[in-house]
Design a protein around this ligand. Structure first.
Ligand SMILES: O=C(O)CCC(=O)C(=O)O
Length: 288
């Protein structure tokens, strides 16, 4: 059977200049080793600081399952899957003819894939992950967004500072969390997460469409920023109002990660208008 290639989708983000110290961390995070060692003190710290790092959350086999799942999606042989967002630089290149590994150099992200690969579905519904998320949000977690974020060596672009909630139509009071899982070692050099601890307590801040849907560079407070280096299988769980971003990958090492977002099952959804009334800088007369 021949499957027609879906039309290529391009990521909305663009390259551009930004202050050279925008992602300079003042320190690095430390984590708890494994899901089984998360205590009530870690949970309390999550609520105060907006994040929790779990080292060795996923086994080597589970990480490999994630990578194999992404390769499978990239093979073009998965009927109905059209969630690959390419870099605009791929426009003139016959990426369909490349091997899955070569193709990854032109992919920015994958979205909405968990129903197309059992291995990725298994990671998003990992029992220990869901148990921890439920402990953090106090309700049954509902997966509502699944992404894989690729930063190819020497060309993976930054993801400017933002709050994930600015992308969501979910009630602001809902305890929404993102789970970012390293599939490769994530380092400061290849674009690991950089976070502003406690920034979720400041509430929603205005976003602008600049290099991406982002906090204005001049509004970013990175004075206490921490980098989140992770080994493969490491996990960062963070609150959806936490300010965070990732620097570009200027290294020779690939940086691939999965990111799943969960909301409390009972959380009300909102509208596009309500989202922009809280986060839409231009509509609120703010300047950037
Ligand atoms: O993995 C990355 O580089 C950025 C992840 C992120 O913050 C996002 O996509 O919201």
């Amino acid at each position: 059977m021949t499957i027609a290639a879906p039309e290529r989708l391009f990521d909305d983000g663009v390259s551009g200049d930004y202050p050279p110290d925008l992602y300079d961390p003042k320190g690095i995070t430390t984590g708890v080793d494994g899901f089984a060692n998360v205590t009530d003190a870690h949970v309390a710290r999550f609520h105060a600081q907006g994040f929790l790092v779990v080292e060795n959350a996923f086994s080597t086999q589970e990480v490999q399952n994630g990578l194999d799942g992404l390769d499978h999606l990239l093979s073009g042989k998965v009927a109905g899957f059209d969630g690959i967002h390419y870099e605009r630089a791929s426009a003139g290149i016959a990426v369909e003819e490349l091997s899955p590994l070569q193709k990854q150099d032109y992919v920015r992200k994958f979205m909405h894939f968990v129903d197309y690969d059992d291995r990725l579905h298994g990671l998003a519904h990992h029992p220990q992950l869901l148990t921890l998320v439920q402990r953090l949000i106090g309700d049954i977690p509902l997966l509502f967004q699944d992404m894989a974020l690729l930063k190819p060596p020497r060309m993976g672009r930054e993801k400017p500072w933002h709050q994930d909630h600015a992308y969501f139509r979910v009630d602001l009071e809902a305890r929404v969390v993102g789970c970012w899982i390293a599939l490769d070692e994530a380092t400061i050099e290849n674009g690991c997460m950089v976070i502003a601890p406690g920034s979720h307590l400041k509430g929603p801040v205005v976003h602008f469409q600049r290099r991406d849907w982002q906090i204005c560079d001049t509004d970013v407070d990175n004075s206490d920023a921490l980098a989140v280096p992770l080994k493969p299988g490491g996990l960062l769980i963070f609150q959806s109002l936490l300010h965070h971003g990732t620097p570009p990958n200027l290294s020779a090492q690939r940086r691939r990660a999965l990111q799943f977002h969960y909301r409390p099952q009972s959380a009300p959804l909102t509208s596009q208008e309500e989202r922009l009334a809280l986060f839409g800088g231009e509509g609120l007369g703010a300047e950037c």
